[in-house]
Write a protein that binds this ligand. Structure first.
Ligand SMILES: NC(=O)c1ccc[n+]([C@@H]2O[C@H](COP(=O)([O-])OP(=O)(O)OC[C@H]3O[C@@H](n4cnc5c(N)ncnc54)[C@H](O)[C@@H]3O)[C@@H](O)[C@H]2O)c1
Ligand SMILES: [Fe+2]
Length: 383
């Protein structure tokens, strides 16, 4: 299929790629963590992990003085980050390792740069505000969703405003990312579905963004294709290592999409579900996905059709067909597609629409303008 240029996809637009210096990929690569750390002479290591992964830090084969912060919460908030920073101030690690899903990896990024910097979290929110590199950073993802291992961004929820504070800094890029799909074999099927849709959403939204770029489009479309091919398989059989590896790659490609292009309306409209109602990031994205894909279809018809085809669905750019296909796809993966079923109170929808509409860093790059009422209409349709 020929893909015409629906939005600002242009070879003439300058773009920069930032990647970890080393990316190890493959089943059984986790013990390379210890070998790499020892080879670089790191002796004081702080592992930032969620409770599940804190229980199996030994798979990394680390030597030396190893301290584990093992209480990263899903969708971490500022108090959770503060606990990790307090431990880092005591340990003074020379290497920080994020070991877990996006929640652990995002906190690890901030734990690597903030202690001893003299900067507070609020001073570094936004692009490139971090003053200098701190400890060395290794990322070891254990979900296939966020692609955080490959990126420069960290998201932490501010309990005061319920917003996600986004910090972006080249100093938070991993020195090494070790992507071992075998670490994801234990991910329960509902989390597999949600995180897989998250990876797909990163690719889809970057592909249709106003900032879309041919250099990234290639990863975006291939990431969607990998999800189309492997997500159903991994949900049906969690021990399918080929499917798990395909999703780890899709997640990495999604991470490549986030840095230079980033997400648009799908993530913006999904955020209040996580911040206000604690719905898992991927589950929120799945619920919103058909609404924003269909909304954008008229201004990105070729790319929308290519996305559906990559997912193995009938290629279409007609709004109703796009919505029906995308909705059925997510529902068949087992994702909950109704806000009411997730116990979101109906009278909160207008406030949520206002919050989503205020996320200009994402919405300004959506190919089609969304008013607050457009967002509210999506929430009502999803209720
Ligand atoms: N930095 C970025 O660019 C970026 C991109 C997208 C999302 N995010 C952020 O990432 C966070 C979500 O990350 P996530 O979706 O990976 O979920 P998560 O890290 O919150 O993990 C979800 C759950 O799965 C468990 N878990 C993790 N690995 C497991 C394994 N191998 N086996 C069994 N259980 C496992 C965790 O303990 C947790 O309970 C959100 O805060 C989101 O905002 C960041
Ligand atoms: Fe995401």
């Amino acid at each position: 299929m020929t893909i015409h240029t629906p939005v600002a996809t242009s070879l003439a637009t300058p773009i920069a790629l930032q990647r970890p210096h080393v990316i190890e990929f493959g089943a059984g690569t986790a013990p390379l963590a210890g070998r790499w750390a020892a080879g670089r002479g790191f002796r004081r290591i702080l592992v930032v992990a969620d409770a599940f992964n804190a229980g199996r830090v030994d798979v990394l084969g680390l030597e030396g003085e190893v301290t584990v912060f093992g209480t990263v919460k899903p969708e971490p908030d500022v108090p959770n980050l503060d606990e990790a920073l307090a431990l880092a101030a005591e340990v003074k690690p020379d290497l920080v390792i994020g070991f877990g899903g996006g929640s652990a990896m995002d906190l690890a990024k901030l734990v690597a740069v903030l202690p001893g910097s003299g900067q507070t979290l609020h001073e570094v929110v936004g692009p490139e505000k971090v003053a200098k590199k701190g400890a060395a950073l290794m990322q070891v993802p254990t979900t296939s969703g966020t692609g955080s291992e490959a990126g420069t961004r960290a998201l932490v929820t501010d309990p005061a405003t319920q917003n996600k504070l986004a910090v972006q800094s080249l100093f938070m890029l991993a020195d090494i990312a070790i992507i071992d799909p075998a670490l994801t074999l234990t991910v329960p099927s509902a989390v597999t579905a949600a995180t897989g849709v998250d990876a797909m959403a990163h690719c889809v939204e970057a592909f249709t963004s106003k900032k879309a770029h041919p250099l990234i489009d290639m990863y975006a479309l291939e990431g969607v294709r990998l999800v189309g091919r492997f997500l159903g398989r991994a949900i049906a059989d969690g021990s399918d290592i080929e499917a798990r590896a395909g999703l780890s790659l899709a997640s990495l490609y999604g991470g490549y999409c986030l840095g230079p292009v980033n997400t648009t309306s799908g993530h913006a409209v999904a955020y209040p579900l996580g911040t206000r109602h604690h719905i898992a990031h991927g589950a929120a994205n799945a619920l919103i996905f058909p609404h924003t894909l269909a909304y954008n279809a008229p201004v990105a018809p070729e790319k929308t059709a290519a996305i559906l085809a990559a997912l193995g669905l009938p290629a279409s750019s007609r709004q109703e067909e796009v919505f029906a296909s995308a909705h059925r796809y997510c529902a068949e993966l087992g994702c909950e597609m109704k806000l009411s079923a997730l116990k979101v109170p109906e009278d909160d929808l207008p406030v949520m629409a206002g919050e989503a509409h205020a996320i200009r860093r994402l919405l300004d790059n959506n190919p089609r303008d969304l008013s607050r009422d457009d967002i509210l209409a999506m929430y009502r349709a999803a209720y």
